[in-house]
Design a protein around this ligand. Structure first.
Ligand code: ADP
Ligand code: ZN
Ligand code: ZN
Length: 701
């Protein structure tokens, strides 16, 4: 397991030393010099002592001489040879990610490995006998959780056939955008293309935004791809797996035993020796973006990896991100369109209900209530979509205007209702998790007339139960699905027809194919339109198209009712006509006119400190760094540095946050700038004692 031959028992005198640049998971740039007494390949994991600790590192470089005085270079302590060295293409991928996202190589390489492979404790001490890989190999793997019959392939329609042919005929690399409304048969295209690639003896990486919520998808993939012939065919990777399961799946893929990897964003970093096709379903989905540590876009890395390996990449969506659409429009990606629903089912009819002059009942328009009644009478299911969990977004005093606020954040505390033996109310901060009971009287004026203001999903559920006492109502949001497995159970009830009205947040929008769902009602979409950054309309459009796509998938005559105060907004007008292209054209023109992505490239520096002025002072200095050493910043002329601004929710858990945006219309110019700036900024942050992080291609500003 551990190759002890290399461990020097005494200081060698004449023996040849092999100099190694080792990547370690520490927040310091650069590699660390060590030596070995036998040749060690790049990509090999080693145990080294670093400071007073032992750490698992990865040999990133074999070098002719160390950077520091040879006498002060330490020997590695062990070579870990329980798996072969990481492949060159994997090393290129993680090196690119580190470079592009401006992170130390070790902080990218090591976290990309399963936990057990990067912990010293897996190899030393009691209980480490055999090492993690041997233990994983020995432990009985659960047989594939489903017994599926292989599904007969469907007869593809002409557009699908054309799409499959284009993908499988690709010589070398090509990125395809598969654009088609929900239900247009994109998944069928992926499967047919995947089958052909598998038949050529190559592996397929199939990325999805979310796995836990859609177990049926995994089953249909197994059935479609021929699981029966080869029970080992598929491996699944997502963050919900236990460490041991994750290691086993990773090993099966890395060794080429499993041929298809179905996974969330983290799967992009998995070594795949025979990778022949990458599919990114719902490519616009923001969950492809990692929001901490290495803030990478798995979609973007997929395109890079496909190019590096010279294999095709298929990005699929009903509502592509404007970046991707723009790339397709200018010919960088090849557009494949599915223009109709695959089954002879009409797209749902979208209706806008102008709420400006309507008397709403607890947020519901008479039109929506009538429509719910009608659908229930026909034994169809209804989905009410509101992207706000809890009972009410704030509690307020009717006499003095006091509102419930988090003491640690610049945010309201949300009223939540826990149903147990007795209904119980409490206030909760969605930013920091702060909990408090609801005061009996106003803390400011003593008045007892405290009222919930506005509505969350819990409150909708309560009102619906009053109006439709016969209906079986279920709520799916982050609160109702907190327990492991509860989301699956709730969705299963909906699929089984045991639910008449489903109330939910964005969690219900993704991927589900509810056979009996006839009506979708959307409440308070306007809040999503105006609350956030320049991507808010794009995100709203995608989300509403997706949630609308839940209606009438099987029976047809599906209906979507959107309540809004702004029916004339382009987002809503485009939704009426299911007109993604019109919306994209309009939005891209707008972005171009003001120079926003995809016509500009951005990076965002966020600083956190106890006092806002500390954070802002740091950012202001960070902004002027290039002016103090212009010779180190050859492209700074091409990069715009904006003024630091506090975040919208400036204080979270007693930490004040501010941001600085840098932007360029040239990606190389920005990258050159960031390479120097990120190092300078890190040093500055240490001096200022602020925490900061740099995000390249940020999604939210
Ligand atoms: P998407 O991924 O675009 O939402 P799917 O691939 O899930 O669409 O297809 C939607 C539905 O249409 C599925 O039930 C699928 O089985 C069916 N379907 C897809 N392609 C065909 C086809 N060529 N003939 C008949 N049914 C199809
Ligand atoms: Zn009061
Ligand atoms: Zn808080």
């Amino acid at each position: 397991m551990i190759n002890a031959d290399v461990v020097p028992t005494q200081e060698p005198t004449e023996a040849t030393r092999y100099w190694l640049g080792v990547a370690l998971d520490v927040p310091l740039a650069g590699l660390f010099d060590y030596y070995a007494l036998i040749p060690v390949n790049a990509g090999t994991r080693v145990i080294v002592s670093f400071g007073r600790r032992q750490m698992v590192g990865l040999v990133a470089q074999v070098k002719a001489a160390p950077d520091i005085a040879p006498g002060s270079v330490k020997a590695i302590e062990a070579v870990l040879d329980d798996i072969p060295p990481m492949s060159d293409d994997w090393m290129r991928l993680v090196s690119f990610a580190a470079r592009y996202y401006q992170r130390p190589l070790g902080e990218v390489m090591l976290p990309a490995l399963p936990v057990a492979l990067r912990k010293v404790a897996s190899y030393t001490g009691k209980g480490a006998r055999g090492g993690p890989v041997a233990r994983a190999d020995k432990s009985k793997r659960k047989a594939a959780a489903v017994c599926v019959g292989d599904a007969p392939p469907l007869q593809l329609n002409p557009e699908q056939t054309q799409a499959v042919q284009a993908v499988t005929a690709a010589q070398g690399h090509q990125t395809f955008l598969l654009h088609g409304v929900t239900g247009s048969g994109k998944t069928e295209v992926y499967m047919h293309a995947a089958k052909q690639v598998l038949a050529q003896g190559r592996q397929v990486l199939f990325m999805v935004p979310e796995i836990n919520l859609t177990p049926q998808f995994e089953q249909s993939l197994r059935a479609r791809l021929g699981q029966v012939d080869n029970p080992d065919l598929l491996a699944v990777l997502h963050s919900g797996l236990a460490d041991g399961e994750r290691l086993r799946a990773w090993l099966r893929i890395a060794r080429g035993q499993a041929r298809v990897l179905l996974g969330t964003r983290l799967s992009i970093m998995t070594p795949m020796p025979d990778l022949g096709l990458i599919i990114v379903d719902e490519e616009h989905d923001t969950s492809y973006k990692q929001q901490d540590g290495l803030r990478y876009s798995a979609r973007d890395l997929a395109v890079w990896r496909g190019h590096d390996l010279q294999v095709p990449v298929v990005l699929g969506s009903a509502t592509p991100s404007l970046e991707t659409w723009h790339n397709a429009q200018r010919g960088h990606y090849q557009l494949l369109s599915l223009t109709q629903r695959a089954r002879a089912v009409q797209l749902p009819q979208v209706r806008l209900v102008d709420t400006r002059r309507l008397a709403l009942e607890h947020g519901f328009s008479p039109q929506l209530l009538d429509a719910i009644k009608a659908r229930l009478a026909q034994n169809e299911q209804v989905l009410i979509f509101l992207n706000r969990r809890g009972y009410a977004p704030v509690v307020s005093c009717n006499s003095c205007g006091w509102v419930s606020q988090c003491p640690r954040c610049t945010a309201y505390t949300i009223l939540h209702r826990t149903q147990g033996g007795r209904t119980h109310n409490h206030l909760q901060c969605h930013h920091c998790g702060y909990h408090a009971s609801v005061p009996r009287r106003c803390p400011d004026c003593g008045d007892q007339d405290l009222r919930p203001m506005g509505r969350g999903t819990q409150r909708l559920e309560e009102h619906l139960a009053e109006w439709f006492p016969q209906a079986r109502i279920s709520r799916i949001d982050a609160d109702s699905t907190r327990l492991k497995g509860s989301a699956e159970a709730l969705f299963a009830q909906v699929h089984a027809g045991e639910v008449d009205i489903l109330v939910g947040t964005q969690m219900v929008a993704k991927g589900h194919d509810f056979a009996k769902l006839g009506l979708v009602g959307v409440l308070n979409a306007d809040a999503m339109l105006f609350a956030q950054d320049f991507r808010a309309p794009e995100r709203l459009f995608a989300q509403l198209m997706q949630v609308a796509g839940r209606a009438g998938r099987h029976a047809g005559s599906g209906e979507v009712i959107i309540q809004t105060d702004y029916p004339e907004q382009p987002v809503y007008q485009a939704l009426l006509k299911h007109d993604y292209q019109g919306f994209a054209r309009y939005s891209l023109e707008e972005r171009k006119a003001v120079g926003l992505p995809p016509f500009a490239y951005q990076a965002l520096l966020t600083a956190e400190a106890r006092a806002l002025k500390t954070a802002v002072a740091f950012l202001s200095e960070a902004a002027t760094l290039p002016d103090t050493a212009p010779e180190l910043y050859p492209t700074s002329e091409a990069v715009t540095r904006y003024d630091p601004v506090p975040l919208r929710v400036v204080r979270v858990a007693n930490t004040e946050r501010a941001q600085l945006l840098v932007e360029s219309d040239s990606r190389p110019a920005l990258q050159t700038f960031l390479a120097t700036w990120s190092a300078d900024v890190a040093a500055l942050a240490t001096r200022h004692r602020v925490r900061c992080h740099l995000e390249v291609d940020p999604l939210e500003i």
